[in-house]
Write a protein that binds this ligand. Structure first.
Ligand SMILES: [Ca+2]
Length: 476
């Protein structure tokens, strides 16, 4: 009897151990997430068809991933676009979008839904952000963007880090130029610059070093999967990058700027205020071709510099071995006009402001190096990541999981919407409709050569009506 009891006890302990161990294995098997956010990156990458661009790291990553060729952001500026990424919901139009939400959380005035990092944290993930992930690099407000009593996304991150190196504070880093130069008055700061030196003479070097350090620590944690968001500042203005990246473009012939004319009728065109306020030696890229080419080469240098930072983080991930169990997403927060429609900047609702790269790799994927032309939008990323790691998709998210497209890249996408302060827009696989707040409508046919240079709204009232209904249906 005693022997039997002992045996029973032994089996009990053994099965308890097996259950616990099995649970642990299941937890550790959840894939990690590495979310790479690149500021103001339009699809100006070799892998997206810009042949003159040197982007070897992102191109190599694309070869192992799915490229979304028709990814549109939901807002053409940093704050509101990142809001849709990180909350999974359409939101306010201004750069204060996160703080509006944070105030509601802090005051307890209404139920605020969990952000993507908070949702992953709830499901056992260690959540860390490094660099510019929400609107303010490091995710804090205050005069110098380093006030820890002012958190942009409460409850989201276990750590939200922003190294400042020689630039003193996150605000200094955001618009910093070489060797610690901080923007005081934009008109005193050059719109572009190249200085000889290594990657760390510009702000993204320090951000990348910190992200590499974090990924090594996170990969060592065998208990919990990680959700690491890494935000690179370039190619945001001012266009500063080490000279070695600029030198890649010395002898490069730039492609012609498509439809460079200022639109004639009413549109969301603007005077490129963000660009024009910098020191540009009294030159205007709309009237000075040599200067326009200089601007474009400096943007390209910043893309190559950002690409090098992406290469470092992916190499670090690989060196830990965690790459085999990590979903990697590379996302541009919106597009940027490089002279199209005579705009140098973002903020419009033209294609150039809203079109940004999205590349997704996940463990065990079948279609590496494949493109999809399905129309999709930033708000889809939150539900997609939930789907890929097999956690519940919160009912309040407004996007659609892209899982089906990842499995069958030829599957259909869906309409993409976006908004700024003055208008909202919907993009179908054939048309873009823009509805201004005063009721004025732009309608463009993307199947024609004119694309967004010929407003055909008056000739197609039925289509306008249908698209208005679809747009309103998605926004409400
Ligand atoms: Ca941005």
């Amino acid at each position: 009897m005693r022997v039997k009891q002992r045996l029973l006890f032994f089996y009990l302990i053994l099965s308890l151990f097996a259950i616990t161990n099995c649970q642990r294995v299941q937890v550790s098997k959840k894939p990690n997430v590495l979310l790479i956010c690149v500021d103001d990156l339009r699809p100006e990458l070799k892998s997206f068809g810009a042949e003159y661009i040197s982007s070897p790291n992102i191109d190599a990553f694309s070869e192992k991933s799915i490229k979304f060729q028709k990814h549109f952001v939901n807002a053409p500026s940093c704050g509101p676009s990142r809001y849709t990424l990180l909350t999974g919901q359409y939101g306010p139009t201004g750069n204060n979008a996160f703080f509006t939400r944070a105030n509601e959380i802090n005051q307890g005035t209404q139920k605020v839904n969990k952000s993507m990092p908070e949702w992953f944290k709830k499901h056992g993930y260690t959540t860390v952000s490094v660099g510019k992930v929400s609107h303010y690099p490091g995710g804090r407000g205050g005069n110098n963007w380093n006030d820890s009593t002012k958190i942009e996304i409460p409850n989201a991150w276990d750590k939200h880090l922003m190294p400042v190196a020689e630039w003193k504070h996150p605000r200094g880093m955001m618009h910093g130029l070489a060797n610690g130069q901080i923007r005081v008055k934009p008109s005193d700061m050059d719109v572009f610059e190249t200085v000889e030196g290594n990657d760390n003479i510009y702000p993204d070097g320090a951000i990348t070093d910190e992200a590499v350090k974090q990924i090594r620590m996170l990969a060592n944690n065998k208990e919990n999967p990680f959700f690491l968001a890494f935000g690179i500042i370039k190619p945001h203005l001012p266009f500063g990058a080490p000279k070695s990246y600029f030198d890649k473009y010395n002898d490069v012939e730039l492609p012609e700027i498509e439809h460079p004319q200022k639109p004639k009728g009413k549109t969301t065109w603007h005077g490129s205020v963000e660009f024009m306020k910098y020191n540009r030696w009294s030159k205007n890229p709309n009237t000075d071709t040599d200067f326009a080419n200089d601007v474009r080469r400096h943007y390209a240098a910043c893309v190559s510099y950002a690409d090098a930072q992406v290469g470092k983080i992916l190499a670090a991930l690989k060196s830990t071995g965690a790459d085999k169990n990590t979903i990697v997403v590379l996302w541009g927060d919106h597009g940027w006009h490089l002279g199209e429609h005579a705009i140098w900047g973002k903020h419009s609702l033209f294609e150039e402001s809203l079109h940004a790269p999205l590349i997704i790799h996940y463990p065990g994927m079948k279609h590496e190096g494949v493109n999809t032309d399905a129309i999709i939008e930033t708000v889809d990323i939150f539900p997609t990541l939930c789907d890929l790691v097999e956690i519940e998709i919160p009912e309040y998210t407004q996007g659609t999981s892209l899982k089906e497209l990842l499995v069958v890249p030829s599957a259909d996408g869906h309409n993409a919407i976006a908004y700024n302060n003055n208008a909202s827009t919907i993009r179908t696989s054939t048309h873009r409709m823009i509805l201004h707040k005063d009721g004025f409508v732009e309608l463009y046919d993307h199947t024609t050569i004119e694309k967004e240079t010929k407003n055909i709204a008056k000739e197609h009232p039925e289509l306008v009506k249908q698209l208005k209904n679809k747009l309103e249906g998605k926004l409400h």
